[in-house]
Every structure is written in C-alpha cells, then in structure tokens.
Design a protein around this ligand. Structure first.
Ligand SMILES: CC(C)(COP(=O)(O)OP(=O)(O)OC[C@H]1O[C@@H](n2cnc3c(N)ncnc32)[C@H](O)[C@@H]1OP(=O)(O)O)[C@@H](O)C(=O)NCCC(=O)NCCS
Length: 166
C-alpha cells in the first residue's frame, strides 16, 4: 500500500499507523455514519494532498480500518481537523490512541499549541479531549450546520507543558 504523497507521520504508537490511499473508501464510510454533516470524498482527497496535513489510521481486531484522524501543522500551530471511530469499535481506546498519536507527532514536530473545535453536545469527544489536557477557550456561535450548533474551541498548550517539565 502506498502512503499518501508528501505525508510525514512517523508514528510511535502501535495502535495508530499512517493513513494510506487504500483506506479512503472505509474512511468515507465511517465519516458518513459518524457525522450528520460529513466531509465528502473530495474534501478528504483535497486535504490529504496538502503537505501540512498529517493523517493517521487505527485498525480494529479484524484488521479492518476502524478509525482515522487528520491534523494540520502550520509553523508551530497544530490543529485537529477530524477524528472518528467506527460505531462498533468505540470505547476500546482507539480514539484515545489516535489522539495520542497526533499529540506525539505535534510534540516531536515542535508545535507550541494544538487547537480544535467540537460540537457543544458531543460529550464523548469533549471527555476525550479534556482527559488529554485540552481546555475550553471560547464558543463559536452556530458554527456547525445540520443541525446548527455552537462549537467549543479547545486548546492544549504544549510549549507550557514542555516548560513546566523543565
Ligand atoms: C469521539 C470518539 C472518536 C471517541 O472514540 P473512542 O474510540 O470511542 O474513544 P476511546 O475508547 O479511546 O475513549 C477515550 C475516552 O474518551 C471519552 N469517551 C469516549 N466515548 C465516550 C462516551 N460515549 N461518553 C463519555 N465519554 C466518552 C472517555 O473519557 C474515554 O475514556 P474512558 O473509556 O477511560 O472513560 C468516537 O465516539 C466517535 O467517533 N464519535 C463520532 C465522531 C466524533 O464525534 N468525532 C469527534 C469530532 S470533534
């Protein structure tokens, strides 16, 4: 399987691996089931062609792709763009593994901070991010469509974390 061109995601965690082009059909299927306002196949393709995008995959016990995550790193600012786990594979640590792989990558590549947006009602994702150290920054009113909903913007200050560790 060929990796996406220009992709660099040297994954230290066994539970996550680089996303490859053969994963796309399954990514699109999981995306459609996971979100009421899913990204299109073209949206994934357009993003994955960009060099600042890092993409990760997690396989289930049957070896099939069960989750994926997309992140962006521009200068020292990281952003988590997308994260989803197939409904049948949730609560088994895959979401945490994908998030940990992204944070490992951000630390290795020198990100000072990581940002994300999440639907205000998405308790599972809010818990996941809070447990990883993200803190709410602000609310973006009516940011999401279908249904219209506020976004909570969250941030994890990696530079602060590194300074505190000395
Ligand atoms: C959010 C999501 C990725 C979590 O994936 P997952 O593989 O189930 O997560 P994990 O099993 O690694 O759980 C890690 C932690 O997340 C939190 N969490 C996950 N699911 C949760 C739920 N349904 N309710 C509350 N907390 C939850 C918990 O803190 C959990 O730790 P714990 O199991 O020790 O309590 C998954 O629910 C999903 O794909 N949801 C639909 C898409 C989505 O909302 N993506 C996020 C967009 S911002």
């Amino acid at each position: 399987m060929a990796a996406w061109p220009k992709r660099r995601c040297d994954i230290a965690r066994a539970s996550a691996r680089p996303l490859v082009s053969d994963d796309l059909e399954r990514v699109v299927a999981i995306e459609r089931a996971a979100f009421t306002d899913p990204w299109s196949r073209k949206a994934f393709l357009d993003l994955l062609a960009q060099p600042h995008i890092r993409a990760f995959a997690a396989d289930g016990p049957n070896g099939l792709l069960a989750g994926y995550a997309l992140a962006s790193l521009v200068a020292d600012q990281g952003e988590i763009l997308n994260l989803a786990v197939d409904s049948e594979s949730r609560r088994r640590g895959l979401g945490h593994g994908l998030l940990a792989a992204m944070l490992d990558m951000f630390r290795r590549e020198g990100a000072a901070a990581v940002y994300l947006e999440v639907r205000q009602s998405n308790a599972a994702a809010l818990h996941l991010y809070q447990r990883a150290g993200f803190r709410p920054l602000s609310t973006r009113r009516a940011y999401y469509r279908n249904p219209t909903e506020n976004a909570v913007t969250m941030a994890l200050q990696l530079a602060l974390e590194a300074a505190e560790k000395g």
